[in-house]
Write a protein that binds this ligand. Structure first.
Ligand code: FMN
Length: 164
């Protein structure tokens, strides 16, 4: 039953307050399509978090807003993930990658991506690559780190999951 629920495709979930994380997620999706990887692209509030353990590989693209706060669209998802009843094996077998969008002039720089990455790891998920952090202060904006991060993501995915 569990195996049936597992979809052999890449899931890209984004959480954006003003649109940048959506743009970044669309770039990742276009690159996945170019590589003929079947994928689903969704805003995180369109996704049922209880299904996460059934996914094979999930890419999160999340921005930080307010003072280190999650975008509004991520509130329900984040609350779900913080439940103490979830075990440290909950995401065993699920690959994930996190790309964050933030601004290093804020004290809580990329707080949401950092917190999400840690929580996914604590729940037993396996990081495909080290989290990527986009910075508005970079001369090329978040794209300055998105490009090298994507290269490393595809290179590693290719090795561990050639079907992606
Ligand atoms: N970036 C951070 O790293 N930490 C913050 O606490 C933070 N707060 C922000 C608050 C506001 C009101 C705005 C406009 C931006 C803030 N940022 C912060 C920068 C955004 O994360 C960055 O501009 C990002 O690209 C926005 O992505 P989005 O359009 O997908 O929401």
């Amino acid at each position: 039953m569990e195996e049936q629920l597992r979809r052999k495709k890449l899931l890209i979930l984004y959480a954006s307050q003003t649109g940048n994380a959506l743009d970044a997620a669309e770039r990742i999706a276009r690159e996945a399509e170019r590589r003929s990887s079947p994928l689903t692209l969704l805003s995180i509030d369109q996704y049922q978090p209880s299904l996460l353990p059934h996914e094979e590989a999930v890419i999160f693209v999340v921005s930080t807003t307010g003072q280190g706060d999650t975008p509004d669209s991520m509130k329900v998802f984040w609350k779900y993930l913080l439940q103490r009843s979830l075990s440290q094996h909950w995401l065993k077998g699920t690959l994930y990658a996190v790309f964050g969008l933030g601004d290093s002039s804020y004290q809580k720089y990329n707080f949401v991506a950092k917190k999400l990455d840690k929580r996914l790891m604590d729940l037993g998920g396996t990081a495909i690559v080290e989290r990527g952090l986009g910075d508005d202060q970079h001369p090329s904006g978040y794209e300055g780190s998105l490009d090298p991060w994507m290269s490393s993501l595809w290179r590693t995915l290719n090795m561990i999951k050639p079907e992606f």
